[in-house]
Design a protein around this ligand. Structure first.
Ligand SMILES: *[C@@H]1O[C@H](CO)[C@@H](O)[C@H](O)[C@H]1NC(C)=O
Ligand SMILES: *[C@@H]1O[C@H](CO)[C@@H](O)[C@H](O)[C@H]1NC(C)=O
Length: 315
């Protein structure tokens, strides 16, 4: 039989292997997850509630990087306790980097805190935006590097707006973008957090005054119709994720941006969910850099076509 070329067994093996990696890749939770969560007044009192801490640990342990907002922990004890809970929970080692307390009223000073797995990502820079009078809580930008992601180097810019000034503050993220992208010579910038970008605080006509909307290079990954609140009474897309540029957009797993409704996922009542926060976490996945997984569909296509060809030529 002429079509039974010596390469056929080899090709079949490649095909089988590719199918296997595809299956394994699809079954395991691959990709690199970035999450943002307004944990409403996260202080030592909240960190002392074991039920709250257990749920929070389950939520954050899904993410390679989590941005927490509304952290009120100037001495760092609550975050320390959260880290030790996370580090007991799974095989990753979690670390954190925090901004100073930001705000203009002593009773409402808040920190931005990034929690990340040191096994999958490195922090390569931090920058506190400082222009006065532009934000209630000025963004604390952090640059990350991860060989596990297709994008490799990227900057996260957090924002928890003053709701009454949401439109102006979101617009000024453009100035922060210019500053940090110049500082680190890196245009891979993602903005995330509770922008209050919905309902009474941001309406459709406001968009023309926001450069992150008028400049089409910015992609809003969480849409206007999404509900990022826990309560049934509110239906507002307050929490958002925005990226700059084609490179970043291409490095994001399609359809991976979503609200993580942990109440539903963990079968908790709304009342229990509200013990953590009135917000839900939002998240996005970055494509992984694993070359095998990315070339797998191509390999399958190639080997199938070669097999079919050798089969046809034998007829
Ligand atoms: C992560 O941090 C832990 C504790 O600080 C350290 O022992 C470990 O070597 C670090 N791992 C990596 C990959 O950097
Ligand atoms: C973090 O940086 C170290 C030292 O440069 C490097 O060996 C490691 O691979 C980096 N980790 C990731 C996940 O990129």
């Amino acid at each position: 039989m002429r079509w039974c070329s010596p390469y056929l067994p080899l090709l079949l093996l490649v095909l089988l292997l590719s199918l296997l990696t595809l299956l394994v890749g699809g079954a395991t939770d691959s990709g690199f997850r970035i999450c943002a969560y307004n944990v409403q007044k996260f202080n030592m009192e909240k960190a002392s509630n074991r039920r709250v801490m257990h749920t929070l640990t389950r939520i954050l342990s899904r993410c390679d990087i989590s941005l927490l907002q509304e952290v009120m922990d100037p001495d760092g004890k609550a975050i320390k306790s959260l880290l030790s809970s996370l580090n007991r929970y799974d095989d990753y080692t979690y670390q954190s980097v925090s901004s100073k307390s930001l705000g203009n009223s002593p009773s409402d000073m808040q920190q931005y805190v990034f929690i990340y797995r040191n096994n999958t990502v490195n922090v390569t820079g931090q920058h506190q935006y400082q222009k006065e009078q532009s934000f209630l809580r000025e963004p604390f930008a952090v640059q990350f590097q991860s060989k596990k992601t297709a994008i490799k180097n990227f900057i996260l810019v957090p924002l928890h707006t003053d709701p009454r000034k949401a439109v102006q503050e979101i617009d000024r993220l453009y100035d922060v973008f210019e500053e940090v992208s110049k500082k680190w010579k890196n245009m891979n910038v993602m903005f995330l957090g509770d922008f209050h970008a919905s309902c009474a605080y941001l309406t459709r006509p406001d968009k023309k005054n926001i450069r992150l909307f008028t400049n089409s290079k910015f992609s809003w990954l969480i849409g206007d119709k999404v509900d990022t609140t826990v309560s049934d009474e509110t239906n507002c897309a307050y929490d958002r994720i925005v990226v700059y540029g084609k490179d970043f957009l291409k490095a994001i797993s399609p359809f991976s941006t979503k609200v993580f409704n942990f109440a539903k996922e963990f079968k908790l009542t709304k009342t229990k969910a509200l013990e953590l926060s009135d917000h839900l976490p939002v998240e996005v996945k970055l494509k992984s850099s694993a070359p095998l997984l990315q070339t797998t569909p191509l390999l399958i296509l190639l080997s199938v076509s070669v097999i079919v060809q050798s089969f046809l030529s034998a007829l």
